[in-house]
Design a protein around this ligand. Structure first.
Ligand code: AMP
Length: 281
């Protein structure tokens, strides 16, 4: 595995990896890797002849009061995990490499970027789409892999690719969960024992929505209000949003007549967690 920290170096490595028309897959991450990330790497290995991953804790997608400074950075461990998966290239740029001094250019997917997490985290998706566009330009993969866990991010990246004509196929990978169904996340490491138990509330809330749907309810507003009514009143858990939306536009749905996305975000202690499930009418 070639580890590159400069854009020039990774461009050369990616060019060589694509030589002779070979397919290069990209897996962008912020590191602190877990089985969820590795599922993306394995999907990339299965589909592409060469795989590049990136580890970059992107400062522009963190709000001023968020966890940029304390975000876990177990670099050696991440490297050996990726090495074991047999990928060809690891790109680990510094913030200064990605955002040269006096950078003023941003990529914004308007409208979608203000929905779900974008509403709770102003500027978050502008940071995500800017860094993803930069990574696409630098690595020039034919295929890029993203997790369904970040459903809003996925919808926004699909739109970015379409609107900016990136010749890149986006592959969505299913959510990987712990044995008790908690969606894997680098931020789960912040949870203490009590919070870890409380974090199951996200998955349980989604399950209640699914039960209502299976029982025949198709009115999304009714499902949301019934499920919200059962959300525990616990000073350590705060619901950020619970919404049923169109998975492409992220617009709220009134009547579920095709595929709908139920998305939840909640604070457990000070840790913000997200999860989601599809309902298929
Ligand atoms: P992150 O390092 O959190 O920015 O995530 C990098 C990629 O891994 C994103 O495409 C995420 O959606 C994906 N990912 C994170 N957690 C999971 C999970 N539990 N299952 C599947 N994909 C995930």
């Amino acid at each position: 595995m070639r580890i590159c920290s400069s854009i020039a170096e990774v461009r050369a490595a990616c060019l060589a990896a694509r030589a002779g028309g070979k397919t290069l897959g990209l897996v962008p991450t912020m590191g602190a890797l877990h089985e969820g990330h590795l599922s993306l790497v394995r999907a990339a290995k299965a589909k592409c002849e060469a795989v590049a991953a990136s580890i970059f804790v992107n400062p522009t997608q963190f709000g001023p009061t968020e966890d940029l400074a304390k975000y876990p950075r177990p670099f050696e461990r991440d490297c050996s995990m990726l090495q074991n998966e047999g990928i060809e290239i690891l790109f680990t740029p510094s913030a200064a490499e990605i955002y040269p001094p006096a950078s003023v250019t941003w990529v914004t997917v308007e409208g979608l970027s203000d929905k779900l997490d974008g509403r709770s985290r102003p500027g978050h998706f502008r940071g995500v789409t800017t860094v993803v566009a930069k990574l696409f330009n630098i690595v020039e993969p034919q295929v890029a892999f993203f997790g369904q866990k970040d459903a809003a991010q996925l919808a926004i990246i699909r739109r970015l690719v379409r609107d900016l004509h990136f010749p890149i196929q986006i592959v969505a990978c299913p959510i990987v969960r712990e044995a008790d169904s908690l969606a894997m996340s680098s931020r789960n490491a912040y949870l203490n024992k009590n919070e870890r138990a409380r974090a199951l509330v996200l998955q349980k809330t989604l399950q209640r929505a699914e039960e209502q749907f299976r029982a025949g309810e198709r009115n999304a507003v009714k499902i949301i209000s019934a499920v919200k009514a059962t959300f525990p009143s616990d000073p350590h858990v705060r619901l950020d949003y619970l919404e049923i939306v169109d998975p492409e536009t992220l617009e709220p749905i009134e009547t579920i007549s095709s595929t709908a996305l139920v998305a939840i975000a909640a604070f457990v202690g000070t840790t913000r967690l997200i999860d989601n499930v599809f309902l298929q009418a």
